[in-house]
Design a binder for this molecule. Structure first.
Ligand code: C6P
Length: 421
């Protein structure tokens, strides 16, 4: 059994081998005062804070390496190209892809899903076909498929969820048919925290020859991900949710699939040759990276992955699981708190409502106490509909959070109650 007082008093987790006090020193923003109180940042599912090593790496790039990539023979261009491409290899190793050419840099998860819908979907989905998603998707893994289905006369099908916020796995075989052209599912729900059995769904889809895209936006920063072990065909994530900068993300795609599908956007760098009669395309992954990419973003992402690996994803997962248990126990002790999403396999995220008080009011008052949470539908309106609520308050944790911060949240919720009494 883990000892809360160890976490509370020292934040030095011998049991979990993670030194939170030291880690917090790496994140300059965590010393910010909000309305005179220490910032308690519990909005990590929206975006994570950045360690100094990431901030400094981006500065160094602009101070001494800035140039366009893949184009110049001059010194700076070669340095920038080398720095950018070395991150591709870093990402490959991070998610255990087979080859660096399976790593496509994109703006984020949203762009990754749109890329697959517009390329794979364009050539593989036709009238009467189906795309299968789940009832707990973020809008960015719903709307691109809806747009595609509308255009093609195809149909979007949905794996339902239980009252606890788990996928109804038994429903999956019946939802897969010869008409299903792709399955696109989230690894971890941003609105419920559920960790989905994606490997099992991939197995069921592959038995029928159907490829699977996994939305890993909420997963990569919280658990080790191995795309070969999962056996997924596409995997998408955003840099800013894993302590890297905004505007950079990753689409992993199996090389044979990426080779078979058309480009996403046309422009510089994605071509092999251009004449007015015919253009031939560059090899993968460059075929999907038209125009000058977010070079500084990719380099910053590389520094973020180094940082996360220096802490260790296994340790991060265990520590965050401890935070989740602590927060769940504390919040569950109040009768007026309803936790939405009670799956046994959960990431460190709690969606909840305080009886009779609108989530936006809760969030606004929590902000007076320096506590940053997200309130609203979390870009997952169908999840809100499923649970019959307009919105929730969401506290989402990272490995720099502490049990003390959870206590501050609980105390501040007491103040919310006083205001609305
Ligand atoms: N969720 C949240 O507060 P982008 O915006 O492209 O980096 O990520 C989109 C996205 C896709 N899938 C999941 C599961 C997500 O959680 C998100 C982003 C944030 O929950 C911002 S809405």
């Amino acid at each position: 059994m883990l000892r809360p007082e160890v976490l509370h008093d020292h934040n030095e987790l011998n049991d979990l081998a993670i030194d939170v006090s030291r880690i917090r020193e790496d994140f300059p923003v965590l010393t910010t005062l909000v309305k005179g109180r220490p910032l308690v940042y519990l909005d990590n599912a929206a975006t994570t804070q950045k360690p100094r090593s990431v901030i400094e790496r981006i500065c160094r790039y602009y101070e001494s390496e800035n140039a366009n990539i893949h184009r110049g023979v001059h010194h700076l261009s070669m340095m920038a190209t080398e720095a950018y491409e070395s991150v591709r290899e870093k990402v490959r190793a991070f998610i255990n892809a087979r080859e660096p050419r399976e790593i496509v840099f994109v703006r984020g998860t949203t762009e990754a899903v749109n890329l697959v819908a517009r390329t794979y979907g364009a050539v593989n989905v036709g009238p009467g076909d189906e795309v299968l998603i789940t009832a707990m998707e973020h809008h960015s893994n719903i709307v691109p498929w809806q747009m595609l289905c509308e255009e093609k006369g195809a149909r979007l099908r949905v794996i339902p969820i239980t009252d606890r916020g788990e996928l109804v796995l038994d429903a999956v075989p019946n939802l897969l048919s010869q008409r299903t052209k792709l399955v696109s599912i989230t690894h971890i729900s941003n609105a419920l925290g559920t960790v989905n059995p994606v490997a099992e769904i991939i197995r069921l889809a592959h038995e029928r020859g159907i490829p699977v895209l996994v939305d890993g936006a909420q997963a990569v920063a919280h658990m080790p991900v191995d795309v070969q072990e999962l056996d997924c065909d596409f995997y998408a994530f955003s840099g800013h949710k894993i302590f890297g900068p905004t505007g950079i993300g990753v689409l992993y795609g199996r090389a044979d699939l990426l080779e078979a599908i058309p480009p996403y956007q046309g422009g510089g760098d994605m071509i092999a040759s251009v004449t007015f009669e015919k253009t031939t395309y560059n090899e993968i992954p460059y075929k999907f990276e038209a125009g000058t990419p977010n070079i500084a973003g990719a380099i910053g992402l590389g520094a973020a992955l180094d940082y996360v690996q220096s802490v260790g994803l296994d340790k991060i997962a265990r520590y965050e699981n401890y935070l989740l248990k602590y927060a769940t126990e504390r919040l569950s002790s109040f009768d007026d708190i309803q936790i939405i999403g009670q799956a046994p396999e959960k990431a460190a995220l709690i969606s909840f409502n305080l009886h009779g008080i609108h989530p936006h009011d809760v969030g606004t008052i929590l902000d007076q106490y320096g506590v940053a949470v997200r309130t609203g539908h979390h870009c997952a309106q169908p999840v809100m509909d499923r649970f019959g609520v307009p919105a929730t308050v969401r506290a989402s944790f990272a490995f720099y959070n502490t049990t003390h911060e959870i206590d501050v949240l609980v105390e501040a919720l007491g103040k919310v109650r006083e205001v609305f009494k």
